[in-house]
Design a protein around this ligand. Sequence first.
Ligand code: FES
Length: 326
Amino acid sequence: MCQVLECIDAGTEYCPCYLAETGECIMCSQLQGRTFCDCTNWKGVCIYQEYVNNRKRIKEQRKSFVSRLIEKQFLSENVMLLKFKTNSTLARELNQPGAYVFLRSTEEPAFFDTPMSVMTTDERTGTVTAAVQIRGVKTKALKKIKEELLVRGPYWNGLLGLKYIKGLRNSRALLVTRGIGQAPALPVARKLVAAGNEVEVVLDKGRGGVNFAEQHFRELGCEVVHRSVLQPGTLDVPEETLEYIKKKVLEEGVRLVYTGGSEKLHQGVGRLLASMGAGTFFACSNDARVCCGEGICGSCHTRLADGSRIKTCKTQLGPVDIYGGR
Ligand code: FES
């Protein structure tokens, strides 16, 4: 079956990618093996034409480069901030909601590449800061970084429902975040505030045990409240928190709810929004198990309600398609 979805990389300097060569392009029906154009999500560039004009070869893809570590700061026993040097262009490309990079110690092989959301960037100095929660083999290896690290990027599909975040203007938004989910929520808040929205952030320090982004949210002018957003044990969203979100939507005119945390959080809030039927926009962090980030390895595959399988590292969806809600 021909499936035409939206690819986050379509129309960028990295398109067409490996998927065009293998007949697996996410957007182009002709590069999926069809004989006609079925382009419904045109991004201003014809992927097929780009591929043909490039002598039926893919564009040069992202490569790892050695970056200088500027600062490593432990915020708690298992959360650290890494600030590293890139260049102004990459810092600018990463200065948006959903941006992430792959990080790796220079001592480790390529399969230690770890996707990490970008928290802040400084285009002037070309520096990027990411928050890392140390949990498994790869993140423990990042802890060992001393002076240099390997960086690969930019990648942009760290969020689902990006168009709602980019499209909301002069309205109200509620961000519900937990633990390390605070880091990717910060660029979301920045984007929403820049578009004239009032932003409230519900913070739960989660396993990391620290609200490391609180000060940044406050500096942006966001209102910050502290609440538990997942019950220990069941990992369900507490009733009181659901009631709080409901009140914000129905009585205070919140038009967009963003959740940054685990799938259980997205599911709980998605179901609530669907049950209210208030037409609230819903966006969330992309919690797929991203390994290659290029649509090749298949580790990020998920199944939609219609049974089709998609690669969430590249495919831009609304969270509703996966978690329910609007
Ligand atoms: S992370 Fe490898 S296909 Fe998506």
